[in-house]
Design a protein around this ligand. Structure first.
Ligand code: V47
Length: 361
């Protein structure tokens, strides 16, 4: 039987998994409203009217990085203007401020610094937990975990054990970019491979830690590369169930070599379509997140009609997207997020990092 929106819709309503070819068909359909309606139905079945958000703060402890990813406007060499490294006091102050404002999560990621010792990373985790043991520390991408394990001279499993003892609660989903080697080699040749990213995440899940998963899209990749990326995530999720949420990251074009190649980043329709296809294809992911920092607040709100059920958090201080030209604000208050969700006709639910419900608004 040939593929059509009607056949895909029939399968989805029967609770069946869609194939890679069908996901590709959805990307190529040029009918974002129909795809969005299907994604919204899938989401409604799973999550009803509820939309998650959390109160969190990002801390990017350093922008000094040994890698030179072509999409990144954040990294600096150690001796370049604008290079920075927070000391533990600066990290403590930021965590304390966030805690005082009701944050439940501190999200820590940074560059691969050439000379920080492994102990610094442990000290960062302990510092946040000293501010409050109730703060959940979501820290270090799979890329950083691989780097830290080399720094510590430990296996990945041992590294995770030590980090967990120091306060690591879960992992964010960054560093995934696009797994397909031909694209990845052009985006970030120095970064660990897609296979390695997935292998590290498998170990993370086996160590009893949850993680998130991202995909950087809207640059030089094809729709087939996006489907390939999501297939690998879906396969790993079948094995471990350790991913909490999928977060497509819309490429921001400023101050990086990829943008100079006149890659403008995804438009609104592509962003909404991508979230919708993800909701339909990733049937073993509980949550799809619209990261408003990269999407802009209005597209993020609109995406709630395209299968999205998570709007991320208050964020407070964001550098990676804003260095690359993101036009969104630095932060949104709890009241603002609640109002965005309500005026989209949905029910705001504040969650913690592990998706436990804290309060229904
Ligand atoms: O891995 C870098 C991306 C990621 C650009 O897990 C860019 O809850 C767009 O992963 N345009 C880090 N994106 C951010 C991240 C994240 C953010 C929010 C929540 C969570 C979570 C994870 O940012 C990097 C890279 O893929 N990135 N440069 C850019 N120019």
């Amino acid at each position: 039987m040939s593929i059509s929106l009607a056949t895909i819709s029939g399968r989805v309503h029967a609770g069946e998994r869609i194939s890679d070819e069908e996901a590709l068909f959805l990307f190529e359909s040029r009918d974002p409203l129909a795809v969005g309606e299907l994604a919204a139905a899938v989401n409604r079945r799973r999550n009803g009217d509820r939309v998650f958000f959390n109160v969190n703060r990002h801390i990017n402890h350093t922008n000094i990085c040994v890698n030179r990813c072509s999409f990144c406007a954040f990294y600096r060499a150690a001796d370049e203007p604008g290079a920075y490294l927070y000391d533990l006091e600066e990290i403590r102050n930021r965590a304390a401020e966030a805690h005082a404002q009701g944050a439940t999560e501190i999200h820590i990621v940074g560059g691969l610094h050439p000379d920080l010792p492994f102990d610094f990373y442990l000290a960062m985790l302990r510092t946040v937990k000293e501010v409050s043991p109730d703060l959940h520390v979501k820290a270090f991408t799979a890329v950083e975990i691989e780097y830290l394990s080399r720094l510590a001279g430990l296996s990945t499993a041992e590294t995770l054990t030590v980090l967990k003892e120091a306060g690591l609660g879960s992992l964010p989903g960054g560093g995934a970019e696009i797994f397909a080697p031909a694209v990845r080699n052009r985006l970030c040749p120095e970064k660990i491979s897609g296979d390695k990213w997935l292998a590290i995440m498998e170990e993370v899940h086996r160590a009893g830690l949850k993680s998130n998963a991202t995909m950087l899209y809207g640059h030089i990749e094809s729709y087939a590369d996006r489907v390939d990326h999501m297939r690998r995530l879906r396969e790993l999720q079948d094995r471990t169930g350790g991913f909490q949420v999928f977060i497509p990251l819309a490429f921001q074009k400023d101050n990086n070599p990829l943008g100079h190649l006149k890659r403008p980043g995804p438009g609104g329709v592509d962003a909404l379509l991508t979230l919708a296809v993800a909701r339909i294809y990733l049937d073993n992911f509980a949550n799809i997140k619209a990261y408003w920092v990269m999407l802009g607040v209005k597209i993020a709100q609109t995406s709630l009609a395209f299968g999205v059920n998570d709007l991320d958090g208050t964020v407070v201080e964001e550098k990676i997207g804003h260095d690359a030209g993101a036009a969104s604000p630095q932060t949104m208050g709890r009241d603002e997020i609640v109002s965005l969700i309500r005026t989209a006709g949905r029910v705001p639910v504040e969650r913690d990092t592990l998706y436990n419900e804290l309060r229904v608004y």
